[in-house]
Ligand binder design. Structure first.
Ligand code: FA5
Length: 343
């Protein structure tokens, strides 16, 4: 057989195969076309291959090369057609299953985190008692977290093991005393910030995150929230503190709540008390409080002979736990929606 005739046949076969595969509308037609062109025994490609034996010896290399190229071309056309057919099939399966009368997929609505809900409620209760809300920074300096609160240099509350000092932020802050920058360990810092800028009378609360390197257990977490209250005026007494704290506790926890005050010590209050509530057979501490120490009043420029005041700092998580019967503070921060969706 002449080489040119062989090459012409190959070319014609390639074109015919491409068109047959391209036209195949379903898998049966495609399979039939595959058998016609690529069938192992009687396929048209196979029969052309058999004709190679009659080609002149010196033309054989060229004929072989052309044959392989055509084989590749036909196989590629088949694979492309097969791919198209698979896609169309899966589309048609999806289309067949789509039922426009079915209700749409429902989306679960998120809800407000229980601690955020508690914060909102506490603000509301204290708002009714005439306290306004102020905010303070979470990164604090030595002055507001310790010095102005009458916490001396050698006090254990300053220990690096009790605080999250910020080495990086401190170095780059340009603050007067950069070594002392830390994540605030209590919201009492806000008392100082308010008194520095405002003349008495004062009646504020501040709610926010505080940080302590406490090991997490059922009642402790290294990041938690406090509500700080401060009232400064002429003739404010410990009796006022007691009434406000009792009203606060019963408004949030319910009239049946039993609370008690224990004598305590805080460097920034004198006298100081610890407030506990009774729950699950034991007393749980929910906050500290006391009459603002005269040294603190002096540090912010007030005259302790003219004004007095009380302050308190309560753990928001502990209040929320009591209210909702949560026995482990860690549940609030596991981000388990099965827990969070209950509030
Ligand atoms: C203070 O932080 C004082 N600043 C409170 C205060 C304010 C006293 C104003 C006087 C005047 P204390 O360290 O006890 O006090 O913390 C107050 C409350 O925060 C505790 O009673 C407790 O309810 C809560 N609390 C303390 N540590 C944790 C913790 N790791 N996890 C969760 N709650 C905590």
């Amino acid at each position: 057989m002449a080489l040119q005739d062989f090459l012409d046949q190959l070319d014609e076969l390639g074109t015919a195969a491409e068109s047959a595969f391209g036209d195949a509308a379903d898998t049966e037609t495609l399979e039939a076309a595959r058998v016609t062109f690529l069938g192992a025994k009687k396929g048209r490609l196979k029969s052309i291959q058999q004709q190679m034996g009659s080609i002149e010896r010196e033309d054989k290399p060229m004929a072989g090369k052309a044959f392989n190229a055509t084989k590749g071309r036909i196989e590629a056309a088949f694979e492309a057609a097969q791919q198209r057919s698979n896609n169309t099939d899966s589309d048609s399966v999806a289309n067949a299953q789509f039922d426009a009368s079915l209700p749409g997929a429902t989306f679960r609505c998120g809800n407000v985190h229980p601690i955020t809900q508690t914060i909102e409620e506490l603000k509301e209760i204290m708002g009714r008692l005439g306290f306004s809300i102020v905010d303070g920074p979470e990164i604090e300096d030595d002055w507001h977290n310790f010095v102005a609160l009458n916490i001396p240099d050698d006090h254990p509350a300053r220990d690096p093991l009790e605080n999250f000092y910020l080495a990086t932020a401190a170095a780059s802050s340009g603050a007067k005393d950069p070594v002392g920058l830390l994540l605030r360990s209590q919201t009492s810092t806000v008392q100082i910030r308010v008194m520095e800028k405002t003349a008495p009378p004062i009646r504020i609360i501040s709610l926010g995150r505080v940080y302590r390197p406490d090991t997490a257990d059922a009642t402790h977490y290294p990041m938690f929230h406090q509500i700080e209250g401060l009232m400064i005026d002429t003739n404010v007494s410990l009796a006022d503190l007691k009434s406000v704290l009792r009203l606060f506790a019963t408004s949030y926890l319910g009239d049946d709540v039993t609370i008690r005050f224990r004598p305590s010590f805080f460097p920034f209050t004198e006298p100081s008390v610890e407030a506990d509530y009774y729950w699950n057979g034991q007393w749980v501490e929910f906050g500290g409080a006391g009459m603002v120490d005269p040294n603190v009043l002096k540090a912010v420029g007030y005259d302790p002979e003219e004004v007095t005041g009380f302050a308190f700092g309560l753990g928001v998580e502990r209040l929320c736990m009591r209210r909702h019967g949560v026995t482990d503070i860690r549940e609030f921060y596991k981000n388990d929606v099965r827990f969070l969706a209950q509030f």
